[in-house]
Write a protein that binds this ligand. Structure first.
Ligand code: HEC
Length: 154
């Protein structure tokens, strides 16, 4: 429970790595990441984001209101994916696996997730492209910080 909360609230890189260890091996990407600076990839990712993610995380990536406060049903609202959220605190591996497996992939029985798994709806390239679009919306400084998190997680 505690580690999942740290993962989704994104503070403390050691805890995020500990959280990442909960992911099962079947969430490993079979396809390598795409070129995240490729404008065509980003455009495809934008379409995918609008199709699969925007209903909860917002077309503007702003997430849902009061996203840090657990709702009456025990679930968190969808967090923003722009620079005001914590998505940019997480390594590529964590972002990819959380998207592919959803919150349930953490395997924590006390954690009620509102984030569905996308593995039956999107292939790995589509997930990477969606993440490339999200990243394209961050300021350079945030993108650079997230790249460091990705390197440290290797
Ligand atoms: C049905 C609503 C819903 C949809 C659709 C959805 N999410 Fe989420 N997402 C959530 C919620 C709620 C959380 C908060 C954590 C939790 O409940 O597991 C979350 C958390 C996340 C996280 C971890 C937190 C963070 O900021 O790093 C990532 C990454 C993420 N979502 C990516 C995506 C992507 C990419 C898509 C589209 C492919 C998507 N989500 C679609 C509801 C949703």
């Amino acid at each position: 429970m505690r580690k999942a909360i740290v993962l989704i609230s994104g503070f403390g890189s050691a805890a995020v790595i500990a959280g990442a260890l909960y992911f099962s091996a079947d969430l490993n990407p079979a396809e390598a990441s795409v070129d995240q600076s490729d404008l065509q990839v980003i455009a495809n990712g934008k379409d995918l984001y609008n199709q699969f993610c925007a209903s909860c995380h917002g077309e503007d990536l702003k997430g849902q209101a009061n996203w840090k406060v657990t709702k009456a049903d025990g679930r968190l609202p969808a967090p923003p994916h722009d620079k005001d959220g914590h998505t940019w605190h997480h390594s590529d591996e964590v972002l990819f696996k959380y998207t592919k497996g959803g919150g349930a992939s953490l395997g924590l029985k006390d954690f009620k997730t509102g984030m569905p798994p996308f593995k039956s709806m999107m292939n790995d390239t589509e997930i990477w492209s969606t993440l490339a679009y999200i990243k394209s919306r961050w300021p350079d400084k945030h993108r650079a910080r997230q790249a460091v998190a990705t390197e440290q997680a290797k």
